[in-house]
Ligand binder design. Structure first.
Ligand SMILES: Nc1ncnc2c1ncn2[C@@H]1O[C@H](COP(=O)(O)OP(=O)(O)OP(=O)(O)O)[C@@H](O)[C@H]1O
Length: 314
């Protein structure tokens, strides 16, 4: 995570992006900004439109509608000089090859005007010991590191990574995060997709959550752009149904609840929603709480009125 310069023109500016595949609206009106030196993570379930968005921004896929500016150019018409300023790590791993790791990286370096030295790249991605290994002999995680090596060999100003750490062991993942932090500290703008919330939290300055091709949250990773409700959820069972109350004064609410329920309160629980629960609710994999509290006039043990700021889900 880095300090980025808010005054510089954004690295990426997307407005009203649409893309359909037949009846499927893969991207359905997405707005997206990436500042220079910023690390932005695109989150979302399978089929949310992350890869399609990334591919359009990187100039590998056409769009139906909307404007896209990347490093000051429209990727639809930008040329080779523009492409040399961008690094890309796609989901698919590098092809089988009889060449060695060093040979492949050196070959790719030849495409760029000012590449990083090959040995520096291999060290950065932790493949220095595999420099003479043939690509086809690499493990899955090592191939992914080679993908990353090919993405950064050209010293990109802007780096796109589509699920870069899939197949990494925890040690490799942490080493990779460190690498991205170094790149971001050097003012590389980074846009990555991931399925790992903790990866977004560990790496990104900002997250954008997509669901069904739309942005459902945009902001800081720790709260998913302010979507995480820090209030406590008190749940219990009464009057023949589940009861649930959200409150920022749980102690006061519990006192009232205990006063009105002299015995053991069935299924009493007190918790705060986690980032993951909020995420699942946002992307529609988890239903939002729907239980209504009791406390109507006929209730034998009326539910206390929630303290100020409490919200009752119905
Ligand atoms: N080439 C294509 N032809 C037809 N439909 C496509 C094509 N590419 C993507 N789609 C559809 O568009 C939607 C968005 O797909 P996309 O790959 O962008 O999602 P994603 O968020 O990257 O998913 P994942 O996390 O699984 O990689 C999906 O419904 C997918 O089936």
């Amino acid at each position: 995570m880095t300090e980025h310069t808010p005054t510089a023109a954004p690295a990426v500016e997307v407005r009203g992006l649409h893309k359909r595949y037949g009846a499927t609206a893969a991207v359905d009106g997405v707005d997206l900004d990436l500042a220079r030196g910023e690390v932005l993570s695109l989150l979302g379930p399978n089929g949310a439109g992350k890869s399609t968005t990334l591919e359009i921004i990187a100039g590998f896929r056409s769009r139906d509608r909307g404007t896209v500016q990347v490093l000051g150019s429209d990727p639809k018409t930008a040329g080779r000089a523009w492409r040399a300023r961008i690094g890309i790590v796609w989901q698919r791993a590098v092809e089988d090859s009889p060449l060695t790791v060093r040979e492949v990286v050196r070959h790719f370096a030849g495409y760029y005007p000012d590449p990083r030295p090959t040995d520096e790249v291999l060290e950065l991605v932790g493949l220095d010991r595999q420099a003479r290994t043939r690509v086809r002999a690499l493990s899955g995680g090592q191939r992914r590191r080679l993908d990353v090596a090919l993405g950064i060999v050209g010293r990109p100003e802007l780096l796109f990574l589509d699920e870069p750490t899939t197949g990494f062991d925890p040690q490799a993942r942490h080493a990779f995060w460190e690498l991205l932090r170094q790149l971001a500290a050097d003012q590389t703008s980074i846009l990555l997709t991931t399925h790992y919330l903790h990866e977004a939290e560990a790496l990104a300055d900002r997250v954008v959550v997509l669901a069904d091709g739309r942005v459902v949250a945009d902001g800081d990773p720790a709260t998913l752009g302010g979507q995480v409700d820090a209030r406590t959820v008190v749940s219990w069972y009464a009057d023949g149904e589940d009861q649930q109350v959200r409150t920022d004064q749980p102690t006061q609410f519990l006192r009232q609840l205990l006063d009105t329920h002299p015995g053991e309160i069935p299924q009493l629980s007190v918790h705060r929603p986690t980032l993951e629960q909020t995420y699942l609710t946002l992307v529609g994999d988890a239903p939002p709480p729907t239980a209504a509290p009791g406390g109507d006039a006929t209730s034998r043990q009326p539910t206390p009125a929630p303290p100020q700021e409490a919200e009752v889900w119905t």
